[in-house]
Design a protein around this ligand. Structure first.
Ligand code: SF4
Ligand code: SF4
Length: 161
């Protein structure tokens, strides 16, 4: 398993065209797609230590839904409005995202200051074990550049196709 996110990103970028073809192939043949991703997700995350990586927290932002904002603000004993002003901005699609990367809640040892109440998008990232994977194959392709585990999952699926 690749532990160096930069090396993984370079490799994923060089594989992007091949991975795009794989996604097209998977999109056409959706049979057992969720089960296939789920199996590889479990295997890859069994040998992945996110605390050695944290590349998602360092380079991208989750979407903060209102329920996430309310929960985290309450945990930090802040008003939701003050939380938004301090940490968030609105992106082009009208979603609240972090003002800065790395995430303000990322500790130096890659742990998360708000782990127990983190946004649902963080909890579910990189979404490789969700239902209806065929709906998010483009997103998964993008995530393969951020997340070494997704890159590895795609490599393993490619070997089976
Ligand atoms: S989810 Fe992916 S990018 Fe995020 S810390 Fe784990 S391996 Fe790294
Ligand atoms: S809230 Fe926590 S898990 Fe989510 S991006 Fe920030 S540090 Fe990472």
């Amino acid at each position: 398993m690749i532990k160096d996110p930069e090396k993984s990103a370079t490799q994923a970028k060089s594989l992007k065209e091949a991975n795009k073809s794989l996604m097209d192939q998977l999109h056409q043949n959706q049979r057992d797609l969720d089960a296939t991703f789920d199996r590889h997700h479990e295997e890859v995350f069994a040998i992945t230590d996110c605390l050695e990586c944290a590349n998602c927290c360092k380079t991208t932002s989750p979407i903060f839904l209102q329920e996430d904002i309310d929960r985290i603000a309450s945990y930090l004993k802040m008003k939701p409005g003050a939380f938004i002003i301090e940490y968030l901005e609105m992106d082009e699609e009208g979603d609240f995202v972090l003002r800065q990367a790395p995430c303000s809640f990322l500790n130096a040892d890659n742990t998360c200051k708000v782990y127990d109440v983190r946004p649902n998008a963080c909890r579910e990232y990189p979404h490789t074990n969700r239902k209806n994977m065929h709906e998010i194959l483009d997103l998964t392709l993008e995530n393969s550049i951020v997340c070494p585990a997704v890159n590895e999952i795609l490599k393993r699926i490619k070997l089976e196709n």
